[in-house]
Design a binder for this molecule. Structure first.
Ligand SMILES: Cc1cc2nc3c(=O)[nH]c(=O)nc-3n(C[C@H](O)[C@H](O)[C@H](O)COP(=O)(O)OP(=O)(O)OC[C@H]3O[C@@H](n4cnc5c(N)ncnc54)[C@H](O)[C@@H]3O)c2cc1C
Length: 471
């Protein structure tokens, strides 16, 4: 449907002139996304602050066949939050739907609206003496509605699970404008289909999440973070098993980093330095949260490292001796994605394989990539404890950026082929969006794809919710 001035005026009347952006300059930030890859256009951004306004917008959109693109913090990495190039799709920004409705420490839960920034959720939980464990490099700007819609992972999945596992219930506006109140407060509820789980991870294709009940946890009494130099992913895997046997559920993070990634982070990120003197082929970051005490966290991490040294797995290691140092170790890891940019083009993958097969995967994928692009600099880093790697390939030194990036599809196909052979996933945590839509259709079975299409059609018969994404 063409977004005529008359139709735009009907949408604008729902939120009021002040909360409808039409000026190109005001709209621009909503069209700039982290990958600088998905150019999209729009002439209208709506910024509702009440669920009823979202409902009226979707009702009108279904009546008139107008496409709606929900947008949270605009930090998504697969283009799900971007409109297409037609200029006819409306961005529905959830930023003003940002109330924390309640924090209930005794029940270990909180109810928040979709537009609350993740860091604010963490802070509100901490103020109440609780932990909301979801943690991502983008937490200062991503919103809980975006986290739920992309089922974000992050750095504490090993201990607490991904966003899906941190959510008890949701409130959703359906494309018809109906409001589904599925704000459940209980862990155990076997009353039919779990509708919440359809919206979590749907990337805005089935409805708009407006609020959620989130799970809270006790604040850890002690933290221990170690930065370890080692020789190979195989040694890292053995160290992971050792860490798990010592720490059990206290092992919050186990991140793998290659030397080249450390060099990029140090070279291109202010305040990042390599905490170890020598050079190592690989590094891991071990994060322990103890429910007992700071001493317990320290002792656990020391025991892991001592045994790791004795087993010949650890070449060198250092333990953070302050909160500031813990943050600086993490900063090295979190900077690794952005630090690839100044080195030229980067072909990205967000894959998972069974944890035990990570070393084999790296060996096989590296050989395949280097055969295709000799001199490519492979920055395969990430959440090893979850079997999830950001298997990124930076262009060879001095190569032509555009020519290198033109091989994105070809390289993806080869790497994803290996992922499939290992029974892994081509999108471990970032979602499908626009980026992996074609590959989804090549990866899922025809029966699964057909079911997904039928679900989409039954929720959104007019096809107004984030068209061109996922399915
Ligand atoms: C530096 C950096 C680090 C990152 N690290 C991680 C990481 O460790 N793990 C990880 O999983 N991701 C990571 N990401 C990706 C991104 O931050 C997450 O996917 C995040 O959850 C997106 O939240 P957002 O609010 O920015 O959503 P957006 O980007 O605005 O939207 C994401 C998707 O959700 C939909 N959507 C947004 N809000 C709603 C809503 N209320 N209802 C329905 N649909 C909605 C959008 O249409 C889109 O499809 C990182 C990104 C950056 C830039």
């Amino acid at each position: 449907m063409t977004l005529t001035p008359e139709l735009a005026a009907r949408f604008i009347s729902i939120v009021g002139e002040k909360n409808a952006l039409r000026d190109a300059h005001d709209i621009e930030p909503y069209l700039i996304e982290p990958r600088e890859k998905f150019g999209g256009k729009t002439t209208l951004v709506l910024r509702p602050s009440e669920v009823e306004e979202v409902s009226a917008i979707l009702k009108l959109a279904t009546e008139t066949g107008t496409a709606i693109v929900p947008q949270g913090g605009n930090t998504g990495l697969v283009g799900g939050q971007m409109p297409d190039a037609s200029g006819e799709q409306i961005i529905l920004s959830l930023s003003r739907l940002n109330k924390i409705r309640s924090v209930e420490p005794s029940g270990n839960l909180m109810i928040v609206e979709a537009g609350v920034v993740l860091q604010k959720v963490q802070e509100a939980a901490e103020k109440a003496g609780r932990l909301f464990p979801l943690s991502l490099g983008s937490e200062g700007s991503c919103q809980i509605g975006g986290n739920l819609s992309s089922n974000a992972g992050g750095t504490a999945v090993l201990a607490y699970g991904n966003t899906r596992e941190l959510c008890l219930g949701v409130e959703v506006v359906l494309p018809t404008g109906e409001i589904l109140n599925d704000l459940r407060y209980v862990k155990k509820d076997n009353t039919g289909y779990d509708l919440k789980d359809l919206f979590v991870g749907a990337e805005g294709t089935l409805g708009v999440i407006t609020a959620a009940v989130l799970k809270l946890f006790p604040l850890p009494k002690g933290k221990g973070v170690a930065y370890v130099g080692l020789n190979s992913p195989d040694d890292a895997l053995k160290l992971l098993a050792l860490a798990q046997s010592h720490a059990g559920a206290s092992l919050t993070g186990f991140e793998l980093m290659p030397r080249v990634g450390v060099e990029f982070s140090v070279a291109h990120t202010e305040g990042v330095r390599d905490p170890l003197q020598g050079v190592h082929n690989w590094y891991v970051l071990i994060d322990i949260s103890s429910s007992r005490s700071a001493e317990d966290a320290r002792e656990t991490i020391e025991a892991i490292l001592t045994e790791g040294f004795e087993a010949g797995l650890v070449e060198d290691a250092t333990i953070a001796d302050s909160t500031a140092q813990e943050k600086s170790f993490w900063h090295m890891r979190e900077a690794m994605s952005m630090a690839q940019k100044p080195e030229g083009g980067s072909i990205k993958h967000d894959i998972s394989v069974p944890v035990a097969r990570i070393p084999e995967f790296i060996t096989e994928a590296d050989a395949a990539v280097l055969e295709m692009i000799p001199g490519a600099r492979i920055v395969s880093f990430g959440h090893m404890g979850d079997g999830n790697l950001h298997y990124n390939i930076t262009q060879p030194k001095g190569a032509d950026k555009e020519a290198f990036l033109a091989r994105w599809g070809e390289v993806n196909a080869r790497v994803h082929g290996i992922v499939r052979a290992y029974k892994g996933s081509i999108s471990a945590e970032h979602g499908i969006g626009q980026l992996k839509r074609k590959e989804l259709s090549e990866t899922k079975s025809p029966v699964a794809l057909d079911l997904m299409r039928r679900i989409k059609t039954s929720f959104d018969p007019a096809g107004i919710m984030n068209p061109g994404k996922v399915i």
